[in-house]
Design a protein around this ligand. Structure first.
Ligand code: SF4
Length: 432
């Protein structure tokens, strides 16, 4: 892969009269193609007679977007300035979760969560904190150094913010926490989370108190679904938070609703201690095994996740799976079929309540965060276009092909589950 400096020098020699903006676009295109194909700048854009900006850009766009170059509008090719900062590179050194600084808001300093944090992390510093002062690390990779235990006051219950124009699934959210200890290369929190810390609310009962009397959407499901896990993994901190100990009995007593824990972790001790509940669904985000290993850093492997899923099913919970994000890499159909079959062989199929499928999509801002934190990533090598909802997505033909292949396969393997697509244009794939 050529460096930005090498490409810049090459372009200066090839097209010396280029203006700043034109050079910026060509530089990004050469960088992306060079990274994807492992080629040098001269192989990506060879010198030729009468080469000018327009011809060069056309050649490069054709190479970068071979499927969609002739059909996509020009505005769909998103070519922001390439700004790579080595200081932002993700730190992938394995380390246990042990915050160095624990800030506890005064009003919850006697809570069970605060007490457990003091017991579990006796070597941490506990600075005094007024609940307003900005805390956390400068570096997103160091976010687990800081734990904030607070009282949530506003954001208790809300409909899932599926972007406009998409076919919603009627999901409802309670935000139990902000921040995660895993490092998935595609995680939107890298760009979205301003406060580089782990935030955990100590007043879960206040969230639960909002549920009785609230009206919920239920989408294509038999009962409304409420879940945590939008801004964090639902279970990764459960040993500390013990949220499951409050949530499971609450929902067990409300069979007209169902609650979903969504996780990649194997932190299931709290769930097992509570015994099962038919209307509590424990869902695992899953992917092809090689993708998990390459892209979802620090997370348990697929067999580890499935062993945990089998245990919670045995305890009496129902299961969910989220194939999200699906990434069509070379050999993806076989790899995803294998993962689906592995699930069907590892857990009781009739306990699977739902399975979602969503191809990788992301905000344009996330693109820059990923290429800075994971410069060797392969997930951005796909042909992403700026789409109808302002998100970067694969071309529609590829999305259609992927859903047409994978959704029927899942419906056949899991005939009782609702199999649906997540955050997609209405009509892309019918809900089951
Ligand atoms: S598990 Fe979810 S929240 Fe955690 S890093 Fe991965 S994508 Fe982000």
């Amino acid at each position: 892969m050529a460096t930005v400096q090498e490409i810049s020098i090459y372009l200066d020699g090839l097209l010396p009269a280029l203006g700043i903006n034109k050079k910026r676009e060509l530089l990004r295109l050469i960088y992306e193609i060079s990274k994807r194909d492992g080629k040098s700048p001269v192989d990506v854009l060879p010198a030729e007679k009468n080469l000018n900006f327009e011809r060069a850009k056309k050649q490069l766009l054709l190479k970068r977007y071979p499927t969609s170059f002739s059909t996509a509008p020009k505005s769909a090719f998103y070519l922001p300035k390439l700004e790579l900062d080595p200081a932002q590179r993700a730190d992938l050194t394995p380390r246990p979760f042990y915050p160095q600084y624990i800030y506890i808001e005064e009003s919850v300093c006697e809570s069970g969560l605060a007490r457990r944090a003091r017991e579990k992390f006796p070597k941490a510093q506990f600075p005094s904190w007024d609940g307003k002062e900005m805390v956390g690390s400068d570096n997103f990779s160091r976010r687990t150094d800081t734990l904030v235990i607070h009282r949530e006051k506003y954001d208790f219950l809300k409909p899932c913010p599926c972007s406009s124009g998409n076919a919603g699934c009627g999901y409802n959210l309670i935000n139990l926490g902000f921040g995660c200890r895993f490092e998935c290369e595609y995680c939107f929190l890298q760009q979205y989370q301003n406060l580089h810390a782990i935030l955990l609310p100590a007043n879960v009962q206040d969230f639960l108190d909002k549920i009785d009397g609230a009206s919920f959407r239920k989408g294509p499901f038999d009962r409304p679904r409420i879940g945590s896990g939008e801004f964090t993994d639902s279970l990764v901190f459960d040993e500390l938070t013990q949220y499951s100990a409050q949530i499971v009995p609450f929902f067990r007593a409300r069979p007209h609703l169902q609650f979903e824990f969504k996780t990649k972790s194997v932190c299931i001790e709290g769930l097992l201690a509570q015994g099962g509940a038919e209307n509590v669904v424990v869902s695992w985000s899953v992917n092809a095994a090689q993708f998990i290993e390459r892209v979802e850093h620090f997370t348990p492997s697929l067999p580890q996740r499935l062993a945990a899923a089998a245990s919670v099913a045995q305890a009496g919970y129902r299961l969910g799976f989220h194939f999200d994000p699906v990434v069509p890499f070379a050999g993806w159909k076989e790899a995803y079929a294998q993962a689906a079959e592995q699930i069907a062989q590892s857990v009781p199929v009739d306990k699977v309540a739902w399975i979602s499928v969503g191809l990788l999509r992301f905000s344009r801002e996330l693109k820059k965060a990923v290429e800075n934190r994971f410069p060797d990533n392969s997930i951005l090598d796909g042909e992403f276009l700026l789409e109808f909802d302002g998100k970067m997505r694969y071309p529609e033909s590829l999305r259609q092909e992927a859903y047409a292949y994978f959704v029927p396969l899942l419906r056949k393997l899991f005939p009782k589950a609702v199999v649906y697509v997540c955050m997609e244009k209405a009509g892309m794939c019918p809900l089951a």
